[in-house]
Ligand binder design. Structure first.
Ligand code: IMP
Length: 505
């Protein structure tokens, strides 16, 4: 006989709806803050905040350095995947930390290649402006698509058509975007080359990018104004991986595992806290209050919640373990709140797996989560690390689980313990640039918070009223009983109007 059999089923996010609260002058959309703590920190609680309650999953098909940079600029964070070599993960972290808004490390060309060759490089890379440098990277000039016509100048050399360096305004060792901007404004140039004292090329600053970059008020940065970088780790090679990540100046690490209630995690967290006491560790995933108490006792600074709910996940089918995400959040948040009352330490909770749109996010937050992690949502974006493919005339991107055989290939030679898969691989519909999608999602989250009459996530935790809804009521909440012109099914209509990834579940 089992120790405990619960007859009350666990609940998913989609089974809850929020009741409206009183919207006041201080809870209109423009007044709402969705700032949220990333981890608990004894020493520097100010540093570890996100400006939006969203991070991307530590997955090969989701979180590379491009999403890492773009999401941090927009207020969130990508958890850079650890199912890769230590060296390549550390390089990704370095790229995020070294990223300077608006400062582009450009593709350079030699002055002696032909215009025809340059044209081929342009076709291949999609860039239209190339700095010309010598073998020591000394800046010699610029060549743009307006400086040649491949049909006329094809056989000539780049040096014959480029604008030479002495005719171009150059920024010497400029590090501030505002300074580069004021120089650019005075010139008629669309681009400003930045060089060091020996005239070696460092960056290009494009006029068209500047507004964009000055317009990232939610950017998440460290004390030196560099983007915040978060890396996933595993419980096998952490003694080698952490030193390399720390060298790359990672800000936070997160243990990536489907089951965090284990002595492996305890050992990993304790080792990190002993050897790298300044480096916050996120533990997980867990789905019970006992799991929370265990990880906090071990020294985790935040906890990831969810098992079996991911869109690519077959853990429940393979192992029979899991819990509806709503119930998991409620149970863990109860333990977190108890811990806060008794110690004064607030541990952020991350809801993870099966969250695909604004509605899911705001319900997870209302139940007590501090931010959410999403995989499928981000896999669809331009900035995810995969290439677009056309399938049945639709633009798609591949998406696969970290427990799928595809993801596990990288380490099969090293950790031969895996005998079965816990994830699948498939495709998701391409959604375009992250910035546009996120803006729509965040507007919907704020709009719900306004309806609930709360102006920040802490108030949402305190004042939200949720109600379980019946299956009939969920059906009624969708388009029903009308014929939509040009549409086959209600489901199609839904996926058209809910651009942030509504799936007709
Ligand atoms: P999604 O947002 O519904 O696509 O779920 C993404 C989440 O699923 C990740 O953040 C992980 O917690 C989890 N996950 C990733 N890969 C696998 C897998 O192969 N099997 C089970 N869960 C996975």
């Amino acid at each position: 006989m089992a120790k405990n059999i619960r007859y009350e089923p666990s609940r998913t996010l989609n089974e809850f709806r929020l009741l409206p609260g009183h919207t006041t002058i201080s809870t209109t959309i423009d007044k709402i803050s969705i700032k949220t703590p990333l981890v608990y920190s004894e020493t520097d609680n100010k540093k570890y905040f996100l400006n939006i309650p969203i991070v991307s999953s530590a997955m090969q098909s989701v979180s590379g350095e491009k999403i890492g940079i773009e999401l941090a600029k927009l207020g969130g964070a990508a958890f850079i995947f650890c199912s890769q070599t230590i060296k390549s993960q550390a390089e990704m972290i370095t790229k995020i930390k070294n990223y300077k808004a608006g400062f582009v490390v450009p593709k350079t060309v030699s002055p002696y290649i032909s215009i025809k060759k340059l044209y081929e490089i342009r076709q291949h890379t999609g860039y239209s402006t190339f700095p010309v440098v010598d073998d020591n990277n000394v800046f010699l000039g610029l060549i743009t698509k307006y400086d040649y016509d491949v049909l006329v100048h094809g056989p000539q050399k780049v040096i014959d058509r480029m604008i030479p360096a002495d005719k171009i305004e150059i920024g010497m060792e400029i590090t501030e975007l505002k300074q580069a901007n004021s120089l650019l404004i005075e010139t008629h140039q669309s681009v400003l080359p930045i060089v060091d004292k020996e005239y070696r090329l460092l960056y290009l600053v494009f006029r068209k990018d500047i507004r964009d970059h000055l317009n990232n008020p939610l950017e998440v940065v460290d004390e030196k104004k560099r983007l915040l970088a978060v890396a996933a780790i595993n419980t096998h090679d952490y003694k080698e991986r952490i030193p390399a990540l720390s060298e790359a100046e990672v800000d936070v690490v997160s243990i990536d595992s489907s089951d965090g209630f284990s002595f492996y995690q305890k050992e990993t967290i304790e080792w990190i806290n002993r050897h790298y006491p300044e480096l916050p560790v996120i533990g997980g995933n867990i789905i019970t209050s006992e799991g929370f108490d265990f990880l906090i006792k071990a020294g985790a600074c935040a906890v990831k919640v969810g098992m079996g709910g991911g869109s690519i996940c077959i853990t429940q089918e393979q192992k029979g373990t899991g819990r509806g995400l709503a119930t998991a959040i409620i149970k863990v948040c109860e333990a977190r709140d108890r811990y806060y009352t008794s110690t004064g330490k607030y541990i952020p909770i991350i809801a993870d797996g099966g969250i695909s749109n604004a509605k899911d996010i705001v319900i997870a937050l209302a139940l007590g989560a501090d931010y959410v992690m999403m995989g499928r949502y981000f896999a669809r974006m331009e900035e995810s690390p995969t290439e677009k493919v056309i399938i049945n005339n639709r633009v798609m991107k591949p998406y696969w689980g970290e427990g799928s055989s595809r993801a596990r290939e990288w380490k099969s030679f090293r950790y031969n313990q895996v005998k079965f898969v816990e994830g699948v691989e498939g495709f998701v519909e391409y959604a375009g640039p992250l910035r546009d999608n996120l803006e729509e999602t965040l507007t919907k989250i704020k709009s719900t918070m306004a309806t609930c009459g709360v102006s920040n996530i802490q108030e949402l935790h305190k004042n939200a009223e949720l109600e379980l809804v019946s299956a009939l009521s969920i059906r009624e909440g969708k388009v029903h009983d009308i014929h939509l012109p040009g549409e086959g099914t209600e489901g199609q209509y839904h996926s058209r109007i809910w651009g942030d990834g509504f799936s007709n579940r």
